[in-house]
Design a protein around this ligand. Structure first.
Ligand code: NCD
Length: 369
């Protein structure tokens, strides 16, 4: 029995590494589809790049320099699932690094209504654009597109901006970046040294809410496996527990975790709490209505139970699970999280198009003393 399990596990690992190797080109993330594509050094470098871009973008000359980076490329934002933040975050990121962009947000305006397959729509886009940023309701579709684009005469990268209930890797990168900035010593240096230290070791991060269908939590859990010594606590209603695939992955990477069902209990243990809303758009027939979500809310009256330097995160949009009264407290990091997303996505696009080297050189020439 054990041998069979081990064989199945090895098969799954091989399966993930096979998937990762077709998404990476020259051992570097090219199509950005799965959080498992990122190792520790690629995450750390993206965080440094995000910091450099935000520093450079602060001045008129710096902003002008950044906008010369990708003026010769074009991005297509193919967003056929609702989005405010991720869509605007990517458009703002493109503006920061001077990449012109177009959008498709409604399939009813495309030739798909004439019977064209979605695959052919994407193949067509790949002839006009140099990058497809995609939000799609179907799990696995972005990965399918990546494989399809690998076989096109003109291969361009795809970035997964949310794939059904499965993954949201760019959100996870901005979440890591936000946690890093929150946990690191504020007096630590802004550039390289800040992101080489494992600031997650010894920290306990709680995820609360709909962990079964929340793709941001799934992707972030994968990324946190790169930081030995972090401890994860998944707090959810029994019906909305985090998937076993994630727990298996944590186990394989020796990451300590625990499953709980009440956020208020043991709240004082957490260094960060990552809140999520009920993902009821995935209901088949209103089954979420029967779920008691009251134990997965964070309210201002809970402040006395917080650790003194607790970090509160939320991918947003929020509902009642996160009290607006907490917004003005030093614990709230979710509005910074939104802004961090713009810098992280600019860093990611710059890295995929290999202009990160020019940005790094510019930073070292003008911003380090
Ligand atoms: C999240 C998403 O779309 O998965 N939002 C986002 O991208 N910031 C979370 C959510 O919708 O609850």
């Amino acid at each position: 029995m054990q041998a069979t399990n081990m064989a199945a596990d090895t098969h799954r690992e091989t399966d993930t590494s096979h998937r990762v190797s077709s998404l990476n080109h020259n051992d570097k993330p090219y199509h950005i589809v799965l959080a498992q594509q990122f190792d520790r050094s690629s995450i750390d470098q993206l965080c440094q790049m995000a910091d450099m871009i935000r520093t450079i973008a602060n001045s008129r000359q710096g902003g002008q320099f950044l906008r010369t980076m990708l003026g010769h490329k074009r991005a297509m934002l193919y967003f056929i699932q609702p989005s405010t933040r991720t869509f605007l975050s990517f458009t703002a990121a493109c503006q920061v690094i001077g990449m012109p962009f177009s959008e498709v947000r409604d399939r009813s305006t495309s030739s798909e209504v004439k019977g064209e397959s979605e695959d052919d729509t994407i193949r067509t886009l790949s002839q006009y654009f140099d990058l497809i940023i995609m939000r799609h309701p179907m799990e696995g579709f972005a990965e399918h597109v990546a494989t399809m684009l690998n076989d096109m005469p003109r291969t361009i990268p795809v970035m997964n901006a949310g794939s059904g209930k499965d993954q949201h890797p760019t959100q996870a990168l901005l979440d890591i970046y936000t946690l890093y900035r929150s946990f690191a010593n504020p007096r630590a240096e802004r550039s390289e040294p800040r992101y080489t230290k494992n600031v997650f070791a010894g920290k306990t991060i709680a995820f609360a809410g709909d962990l079964l269908r929340g793709r941001t939590v799934r992707s972030l859990a994968y990324l946190l496996c790169r930081y030995p010594g972090v401890r994860l606590v998944f707090v959810s209603p029994p019906e909305l527990k985090i998937g076993d695939d994630i727990l298996d992955y944590l186990g394989k990477h020796d990451i300590e975790y625990e499953l709980r069902d009440d956020l208020r209990k043991d709240l004082g243990e957490y260094d960060a709490v990552y809140m999520t809303r009920l993902q009821d758009e995935h209901d088949k027939s209103g089954e979420s209505k029967a779920i008691d979500y009251d134990k997965y809310v964070l309210t201002a009256d809970m402040v006395p139970d917080f650790k003194s330097n607790l970090t509160i995160m939320h991918p947003l949009p929020r509902r009642h699970e996160l009290d607006e009264k907490l917004d003005a407290t030093p614990y709230a990091k979710y509005w910074q999280q939104v802004r961090n997303g713009m810098w992280m996505r600019a860093a990611l696009i710059a890295t995929v198009f290999n202009v990160d080297v020019a940005i790094r050189d510019h930073y070292h020439a003008y911003y380090t003393f």
